[in-house]
Design a binder for this molecule. Structure first.
Ligand code: ADP
Ligand code: MG
Length: 702
């Protein structure tokens, strides 16, 4: 077993797992701050990689200082520094000079430097240059005597949290690092390290924290990036293999009669399935025919018709005598699925029930008895369906809609809660780049629905500012007068407390529309603060065509379907992520009507504009997802929180996409060569994965 670590001997990973406060004395308050940075054990500490470096070794002449960039330079203090004070505020200024030029140096609120800078003496400075008109200034530069040999030439700059300082972290690091280095195991097989020309673990961890040259940092980074991705991909793949090996799920193999019922059911849809839908249904049917539990993700852009695939799968399951759960993230969506599917299912003799948090106790009891007797074959609902009180006659399948709302962590909980041996199918409308999918869903098989049903009009997307309100209102009226319906989306429910920011709120807009512009129209209000009954009522009103204009927050983002809606206006569009905007506009263009989405934003921020432009330029969710990753740039990876993705400390999914693909292949080869997870190198890889990501992934040890 891989958990039996060299019984009897000194545990070689003991130090790595040791709580940091047991390794050296740290004031309790500082310890708390470290935890905020994710540091609990000695291993976490050394895995807290610098986000940047202060490089005192590569000096530039003053003439080559660049606006906005950090640099080091040697210069003489030309004037006695002058100090200006007002209350606690102070400005210290002087002029620095070298052979190439002069630059002004300014220190805010650091009056004590007055006595440390002497006129006529040469220092080594380091700071960020800022251009103010024609004048170049260096703001708050650090400095030291030119020949001060006590300080290393390159110093790490760590991720910070308020209350902690670089020096705190550096001191702890310097004391713990030398003890950890000899204990670091090597999870990357020698053959791979050789082929990839990667340095050893101790070298990498030493140089990333205490580098002696820029080249050493590069070498260390190269290895650590590789290591990080290797561990994630390898770890997730081992989980997948482990799952594949266990095999006690129901085998769902339809006989002729069951096949006939499935055909009838599919024929009851008012459309023909697309090729993609058919293919995915076949893939799923192949999965559930085996005792190995299915673990599949269906990824398909908004409107690609995932619901029909889910429904067909449940029908197949029911026709073979088994029960399914269909879980949606909101009661609005769950109710919609139920209303759309229940008649169609009952048409082929399959009983469906709906269970929400708000379902009355007596009704819940009735549903439960039908589940236990097997009368109800399909249970649709929100989280409420996972209640421990639900007992089943023969539960075989769990489908989760809009998976991206749940995240990796919860995903583990879901299948654990509902029993280990279910076939699970998760559906996500967030198109994610392949690289990200490999990590996020590395433990799942993936089916992709690329095509959207034929006959859809593409959604046109435009940008607008609030100066154009009049025109926008006209467009809205014209749509409504033509019999269409309109969504009006705002980022928040009520006006902000600190109403400095002009963020639009639904409550405010709703009142405004009702009292003036849209007095004559039927307006609905929808937001997450309402009770689910109220929300359901509004949504039903909108779906039935009794509401012309729905003012809503992003609660409509998820899956709601009304083919008559042809226009969506999104206020403060800059506040939303690209994926969210794309999801939102997916609520329109679901019918035969020409559909338009207007992204309103008064932001003049460059990146914000670029992001909005991107949304206007394509309706391909996959392209958008790639773009999103690119625009967010390194160090700000959205998926982390939103998707419950383990935190990448050094790799970057956009930049390292090519590497990721190569690593995936390398891992496959390793597992194939060793043929089982208990073999040396695979086991070492898995151990290292758990050490690095175990806390975040919250998965039970295999
Ligand atoms: P999503 O993948 O976003 O969940 P839905 O399953 O809600 O998409 O489907 C979007 C709309 O397209 C629904 O109105 C559905 O009835 C319709 N639809 C699904 N499949 C097809 C198809 N093959 N042809 C035409 N319309 C379809
Ligand atoms: Mg859907």
């Amino acid at each position: 077993m891989r958990n039996d670590r060299n019984a009897g001997q000194e545990d070689p990973v003991g130090l790595l797992e040791k709580p940091i406060e047991k390794c050296l004395s740290i004031p309790p308050k500082r310890l708390e701050l470290l935890k905020r940075l994710g540091v609990y054990r000695a291993y976490d500490m050394v895995s807290l990689f610098p986000k940047d470096y202060e490089d005192w070794t590569s000096k530039v002449p003053i003439a080559e200082l660049v606006d906005g960039a950090d640099a080091s330079f040697c210069a003489i203090v030309r004037q006695k520094p002058s100090l200006f004070r007002k209350g606690r505020f102070s400005v210290l200024q002087t002029i620095l000079e070298d052979e190439s030029g002069v630059v002004k140096a300014v220190w805010f609120n650091q009056p004590y430097y007055l006595n440390k800078l002497e006129k006529g003496v040469t220092y080594l400075f380091r700071g960020r240059t800022k251009r103010d008109g024609k004048v170049f200034e260096v703001i708050n530069p650090m400095f030291r005597l030119e020949d001060d040999n006590d300080v290393p030439g390159i110093r790490p700059i760590y991720p910070m949290t308020k209350g902690l300082t670089q020096n705190h972290v550096r001191t702890i690091m310097e004391s713990i690092l030398p003890r950890v280095l000899p204990e670091l195991p090597e999870p990357i097989p020698d053959s791979v390290r050789k082929a990839e020309r990667l340095c050893s673990a101790p070298y990498a961890y030493e140089k990333i924290h205490l580098p002696d040259s820029a080249a050493a940092i590069e070498e260390a980074r190269k290895r650590l990036i590789f290591e990080e991705l290797f561990l994630i991909i390898g770890g997730l793949k081992s989980i997948k293999m482990e799952k594949a090996a266990s095999g006690s799920a129901a085998t769902i193999r339809p006989d002729a009669a069951a096949k006939g019922r499935l055909q009838d059911f599919i024929r009851s849809f008012p459309f023909h399935l697309t090729d993609d839908q058919e293919r995915v249904i076949r893939e799923v049917a192949g999965d559930v025919a085996l005792p190995r539990p299915m673990n599949r993700l269906i990824q398909g852009d908004v409107g690609s018709g995932k619901t029909a695939v889910a429904a067909a799968t449940m029908c197949l399951c029911a026709a073979c005598g088994h029960q399914s759960i269909f879980m949606a993230p909101t009661s609005v969506l769950a109710a919609q699925h139920y209303n759309n599917l229940k008649e169609r299912f009952s048409g082929v003799g399959i009983r469906t029930d709906l269970m929400l948090g708000s379902t009355k106790a007596a009704e819940k009891r009735a549903i439960r008895s039908r589940l236990l007797s097997g009368e109800t074959k399909i249970l649709i609902g929100t989280h409420a369906v996972l209640s421990e009180k639900n007992e089943y006659h023969s539960l075989a399948l769990l489908i989760t809609d809009e998976q991206h709302r749940f995240g990796v962590r919860q995903r583990g909980a879901l299948s654990a809660e509902a029993g280990r041996d279910l076939h699970t199918l998760v559906m996500s409308a967030t198109p994610i780049p392949r690289t990200l999918a490999m990590i996020l869903y590395g433990d799942l098989d993936i089916s992709i629905i690329k095509s959207v049903p034929a006959g859809r009009m593409p959604i046109e997307t435009y940008r607008a500012t609030s100066d154009e309100d009049e025109r926008i209102f006209e467009i809205m009226k014209r749509q409504i007068d033509a019999g269409r319906q309109v969504y009006y989306v705002c980022p928040q429910i009520e006006p902000g407390e600190d109403s400095e920011d002009e963020i639009s709120s639904v409550v405010e807009q709703y009142e405004r529309f009702r009292e003036s512009v849209f007095r004559e129209y039927r307006i609905g209000l929808l937001h997450g603060g309402m009770t689910s009954d109220d929300k359901d009522e509004v949504m039903r009103g909108f779906a039935d065509g009794n509401v012309d204009l729905l003012v809503s927050t992003t609660v409509i983002e998820v899956g709601v379907d009304n083919p008559n809606a042809s226009l969506m206006v999104i206020e403060n569009a800059e506040r939303f992520g690209l994926a969210t905007l794309h999801q939102l506009r997916g609520r329109i263009g679901r019918g035969p009507h020409r559909s338009v989405c207007i992204l309103k934003s008064d932001s003049e921020e460059k990146l914000a504009l670029k992001r909005l432009k991107t949304v206007c330029s394509t309706t391909d969710g996959f392209v958008l997802a790639e773009k999103d990753l690119e625009l967010r740039g390194p160090g700000d990876f959205f998926g982390t929180r939103q998707h419950g993705l383990p935190t990448l400390r050094i790799a970057n999914l956009y930049r390292d996409a090519g590497l990721l693909a190569r690593i995936s292949q390398t891992v496959d080869e390793l597992f194939k060569r060793e043929g089982g997870l208990t073999h040396t190198e695979s086991a070492r890889l898995y151990d290292a994965f758990r050490r690095r990501f175990g806390l975040e992934m919250d998965r039970p040890p295999l």
